[in-house]
Ligand binder design. Structure first.
Ligand code: THU
Length: 159
């Protein structure tokens, strides 16, 4: 028996430590929380994707009375991005979450299904996606969705 340690890489930082491009994308994610449809959870999430061609696509969580039919902001943004620009790789994803008390203090944490979709997108375009998880106290910056999903299931497992 052997214990294995899996390391992930996360940068904890403040807004003024990010590039203008990254800060702009976080603003777009925050802005997208205003487009959220979340009458059940009252938790508004916004996501913004910067593509290699400079386009920025926003998404927000869309809920449903049949709860599982709703979708997270990350997947709304990523699926729309991939359907609108199937030949352009996503470069950076920013995510922000807001409850009735305002934006979360700690960085928002994407759900497992969103992590799986981000990973598939990275593999599809053969390019890592930088991920910015916004919190008012601290922002987490990751250089790949692989750091969000260690031991992930992916298409190589199907071979
Ligand atoms: N949600 C997101 O959109 N993204 C996340 O990263 C976490 C959760 C949504 C799903 C649901 O509409 C609401 O937040 C509460 O879980």
């Amino acid at each position: 028996m052997q214990e294995k340690e899996i390391k992930i890489r996360v940068i904890a930082c403040q807004l003024d430590e990010l590039t203008i491009e990254e800060r702009h994308l976080i603003e777009k994610a925050k802005e997208a929380t205003n487009l959220s449809y979340a009458p059940y959870s009252m938790f508004n999430v916004g996501a913004a994707v910067l593509l290699d061609n400079g386009e920025v696509i926003q998404g927000s969580n869309q809920e449903n009375a049949a709860y599982p039919s709703g979708l997270c902001a990350e997947r709304v943004a990523m699926f729309y991005t991939n359907s609108r620009f199937p030949n352009v790789a996503p470069k950076i994803l920013a995510v922000a979450g807001r409850s009735k008390d305002g934006f979360l203090k700690q960085p928002i944490s994407p759900c497992g299904s969103c992590r799986q979709v981000l990973l598939e997108t990275e593999l599809r375009y053969k390019q890592d996606i930088e991920i910015l998880l916004y919190g008012t106290d601290v922002i987490y910056k990751l250089f790949s969705s692989k750091d969000l999903l260690p031991l992930a299931f992916n298409k190589s497992t199907l071979k």
